[in-house]
Design a protein around this ligand. Structure first.
Ligand SMILES: [Zn+2]
Ligand SMILES: [Zn+2]
Length: 324
């Protein structure tokens, strides 16, 4: 099969490779769509992923496809499946206490096990969820949606809360859709890209704030990942407010916050890591049309174009989907 194999920093080659035979409890998935995540871009440029990257490896953790071979009684050939890439050991102290996402032995398809930037992927049965009523491109968005659901579940959200989303790329725009589901209508954004501003306004963002504004927000969701954006998120928080730092900044990023200011605000601050127990919910929300993410898909590319897509952002880009 054809696969985009990652050999380390900025080194990705589309090659013909052999598929390993399936083991008991595994399925072979013909990959139909695999989204490019910010994490893929980080890994490609030499940084860490959610788990430590072991190359050579096939990246791509936001994928779905069709079962073409099975050594699992749970699936039949032709099933459409969404893949949860994160594999937990089940026995470490975090797994045993229900915080599986903090697993000491976390493995992830597309990070340290072969993932979805290939024609086929071998997937352990417990990582696959059957879906029916949505397109493959939409189903590829289930993983980032699941991550956002995990983050947003940490907040206590009231429909009347005034909310600021910093960074209106794919993640910020997914957050927006979830907040609408909670009935939130006082939705504000911060973004510099004109195209993203327009999309966000079309989807219900009331206004794009200026960095210098004195306005404060009950909830701030930070999805941009720079020193400046994270510092801004703390600053724009209202007294008694809640902040979710959702972005994945560079491991080298440090920020300056004023703890005295946060003390006076009695701020609640949360971080969020991957998608424990939320992938199935994400699929259900997409299937029931409670959440629609079609507008996020701006580019569909082939494996051959992947290297280029990881190197630079296209014009008017939100989500790029690879169709191997
Ligand atoms: Zn991701
Ligand atoms: Zn574990």
């Amino acid at each position: 099969m054809k696969a985009a194999v990652f050999y380390g920093q900025k080194n990705l080659k589309v090659e013909e490779i052999d598929l390993p035979p399936l083991k008991q409890g595994e399925i072979l998935v013909k990959v139909k769509a695999c989204g490019i995540c910010g994490t893929d871009v980080h890994i490609f440029s030499g940084e860490e992923g959610s788990a430590k990257v072991t190359h050579p490896v096939i990246l791509g953790h936001e994928f779905c496809g069709e079962v073409v071979e099975t050594k699992s009684s749970l699936f039949k050939i032709g099933d459409k499946v969404s893949i949860d890439p994160n594999i937990y050991c089940g026995v470490c102290k975090f797994c045993r206490s229900g915080k599986i996402q903090l697993c000491e032995n976390l493995l992830a398809l597309g990070v340290n096990l072969n993932g979805g930037f290939a024609e086929y992927a071998v997937v352990p049965e417990k990582q696959a969820i059957v879906f029916e009523d949505i397109s493959f491109e939409e189903a590829a968005l289930a993983e980032p949606l699941a991550c956002c659901l995990h983050g947003i579940e940490k907040l206590e959200i009231k429909a009347t809360d005034k909310v600021l989303i910093i960074g209106l790329g794919p993640i910020g725009l997914i957050m927006l859709e979830i907040l609408k589901l909670y009935g939130v209508y006082n939705l504000y954004g911060y973004e510099i890209d004109d195209f993203r501003k327009e999309v966000a306004k079309g989807q219900g963002i009331k206004d794009i704030i200026e960095e210098s504004t004195d306005e404060r927000f009950d909830i701030v969701i930070e999805c941009a990942g720079t020193k400046e954006s994270i510092e801004m998120a703390f600053e724009k928080l209202e007294k008694g407010g809640q902040l979710l730092v959702f972005s994945v900044p560079s491991p080298k990023t440090n920020v300056l916050i004023n703890p005295f200011e946060m003390f006076k605000k009695e701020a609640k601050v949360y971080w969020s890591f991957v998608n424990p127990f939320t992938q199935k919910l994400a699929i259900e929300l997409l299937e029931s049309k409670k959440i629609n993410l079609k507008h996020l898909i701006t580019h569909k590319i082939s494996l051959k174009e992947l290297s280029q897509a990881l190197n630079k952002r296209y014009e008017k880009q939100l989500k790029v989907i690879v169709q191997p």
